[in-house]
Design a protein. Structure first.
Length: 436
């Protein structure tokens, strides 16, 4: 890691905060968005609750944990500006989405609408539901960059088409911040559109809490799930699940169904596991408050993502993904096109086909190229360079990389990432991925 430091020494953010986290000295976590991490004060709380559970398992799990869990729920209810009774914890956003889709009942003609950039696990859940129930699916198709108004219009058009075909859209799934590419969605306008159209809104806010200012009391979605272990800085295995009182009758069971299968006790106890991450919300919020609070964190990270993304693009001679209104980048992500041509990589396959055949190696199809390059680049950046992001994707004829901004990062880290990405692209152009 270079010696460059944050140019603004008065800022509480940047590399000076690395001392609060658990990273190896040579690791730069510019892919925070995939798995998150947490600071040492939160780790202390995490270990405390685990130790309490092992010191007196019966007492803690049966009697003490429920009391502490209510405190964490109250903290998140206050954070999201919703009643205490509307908030529970689940292990992750995918579990929350599954809980909603598996509890809803579907009649002939009921449709689940989702968007082209839905998280992969959630799309698979939709397909499973459509295989096992009467539900059908409909997708809102588009390619980024897209304007917010156009995305809302496309959604309304899909609902209208389903209605015209004699079907009824029961629920729509959409993100707060898309996972890939890392861009903000117009979730507020989509929630309002659902309300106008009589469609249940299911918001996959996996990247929401801790990144985007959220007032669920004002937004009033039908269902909202968000990981806390990504951007709020809790340990992994902690997500919030919000269901307003009007819809709680629809959520008949947890996933899996457990001892709490009783009215008003459904999410109180879902079986023995390590639920210590649920109890780390308060120390995570306290740490964030010590940095200056939510607004200060958002301002720093959004600014770093925008400026850092532009800097990486300039160093690579490429571009940042953004729409004309500049709304896609109102988050902690930057998406930068890599200086690597898909057609050139495909040409390498053709050029080396005879050489591979002579060596007795398996032929590589053109359709395999994007996945092979992506997986090779992910391994190299993680294992050889200590960071950057394996979360890249091919679209619009090239590769794009998603970079995360977080409180312990600064511009020097984005510049470092640009250097690594340039080296990776050079190695890819030489066909190293084809030999691995």
């Amino acid at each position: 890691m270079g010696e460059t430091t944050n140019t603004n020494d008065s800022s509480p953010f940047g590399r000076k905060l690395r001392k609060d986290f658990l990273f190896d000295d040579d690791y730069i976590n510019i892919n925070h968005g995939s798995f998150g991490t947490y600071p040492k004060p939160v780790q202390d709380a995490f270990r405390h609750w685990q130790n309490r559970a092992e010191a007196r398992p019966d007492q803690f799990i049966r009697y003490d944990f429920p009391v502490e869990l209510r405190r964490s729920r109250a903290s998140m209810a206050d954070y999201l500006n919703v009643p205490f009774e509307t908030v529970v914890f689940v292990p992750n956003a995918t579990t929350g989405v599954n809980t909603v889709l598996r509890n809803l009942e579907y009649d002939d003609g009921d449709v689940i609408v989702y968007f082209a950039t839905i998280y992969g696990a959630c799309e698979k859940t939709v397909k499973y539901i459509c295989e096992t129930t009467k539900a059908q699916e409909a997708k809102v198709e588009y390619t980024y960059p897209v304007e917010d108004e156009e995305l809302v219009r496309k959604f309304k058009e899909v609902v209208a088409e389903e209605n015209s075909a004699g079907r009824k859209v029961k629920v729509a799934i959409f993100d707060v911040v898309v996972s890939m590419p890392g861009v903000r969605m117009p979730f507020e306008a989509l929630t309002e559109a659902c309300r106008e159209l009589g469609v249940l809104s299911l918001i996959d806010g996996a990247h929401g809490v801790g990144q985007i200012e959220l007032d669920l009391g004002k937004l009033d979605p039908d269902f909202f799930i968000s990981n806390c272990h990504k951007w709020l800085l809790t340990p992994r295995g902690c997500a919030i699940f919000y269901v307003p009182l009007r819809n709680q009758r629809l959520m008949r069971s947890t996933v899996p169904t457990s001892h709490g299968f009783l009215p008003r006790q459904n999410f109180a106890f879902v079986g023995s596991d390590d639920w210590s991450p649920f109890l780390c919300v308060e120390p995570a919020l306290a740490y964030r408050a010590a940095l200056g609070g939510e607004a200060a964190i958002r301002t720093y990270c959004e600014t770093l993502a925008r400026e850092g993304g532009l800097r990486v693009a300039a160093l690579l001679g490429t571009e940042v993904l953004e729409n004309k209104a500049g709304t896609l980048g109102k988050c902690f992500f930057a998406n930068v096109r890599l200086p690597l041509d898909l057609s050139a990589c495909e040409a390498l396959v053709a050029a080396k086909a005879g050489e591979r055949e002579a060596a007795g190696k398996k032929a590589v199809g053109r359709e395999e190229v994007p996945g092979l390059v992506k997986n090779w680049a992910a391994r190299m950046t993680a294992k050889e360079y200590g960071g950057v992001s394996g979360a890249d994707r091919v679209w619009r004829g090239g590769w794009w990389v998603r970079l995360s901004a977080m409180v312990y990062l600064e511009m020097a880290d984005f510049e470092w990432a640009a250097g690594v990405l340039k080296k990776i692209c050079e190695r890819a152009e030489e066909g190293e991925w084809l030999e691995s």
